[in-house]
Design a protein around this ligand. Structure first.
Ligand code: FAD
Length: 147
């Protein structure tokens, strides 16, 4: 019961350090998969337009610790918490961390998804509400699993 009650979801955005590339993303993912698996953290990391949008799900304390570590990483800057709340169950439970590189997604379905949650044609999470970010990530999770 304690674990169910303490399950939380955190969403934040941040800006990539200039010049960040595939190797950096790969290193981030390799580290995330190991650390998150151990800590029982699941979620998704989107990268596009040089912006990161990440969802972390897990025990409240562990999500806090993970976010605090991430926020200090100099591969990105100006992290901004969009939402942090208690949840009843995970929505991204299949992945210790799933990476979606938005700049590589060019399908019509993906463009429709961007339009659905934002007034602009490209990925600008700064313009999205917490609920829009969550819904966007949920739909992207499904879309990126079938593309
Ligand atoms: P170590 O890997 O031993 O790292 C020690 C220190 O060096 C840390 O301060 C680390 O930030 C820094 N560091 C390591 N490699 C590099 C590098 N190549 N360039 C610059 N600094 C470096 N970690 C998770 O555990 N889970 C996540 O979900 C997660 N998501 C992330 C999302 C983003 C957008 C970014 C930028 C990083 C993310 N990270 C994530 C990585 C996180 O910021 C830490 O680097 C990592 O958790 C540190 O792991 P560690 O404690 O095993 O330390």
């Amino acid at each position: 019961m304690y674990f169910i009650m303490s399950l939380h979801r955190l969403i934040y955005l941040s800006y990539a350090r200039p010049g960040i590339g595939y190797t950096d993303l790969r290193q981030i993912m390799d580290k995330s998969e190991v650390n998150n698996m151990k800590a029982g953290v699941t979620g998704m990391l989107c990268f596009g337009n040089n912006v990161f949008l990440q969802i972390l799900e897990g025990n409240r304390k562990v999500v806090n610790q993970t976010y605090s570590r991430i926020a200090k990483d100099d591969r990105h800057h100006s992290p901004e918490i969009i939402d942090f709340r208690a949840i009843e169950h995970r929505h991204f439970g299949e992945w210790s961390m799933k990476l979606v590189q938005l700049d590589e997604m060019t399908s019509g379905s993906f463009r429709q998804l961007i339009f659905k949650f934002s007034d602009v044609q490209s990925f600008v999470p700064e313009t999205m509400t917490a609920e829009q970010c969550f819904q966007f990530m949920k739909e992207l999770y499904v879309l990126s699993s079938v593309v």
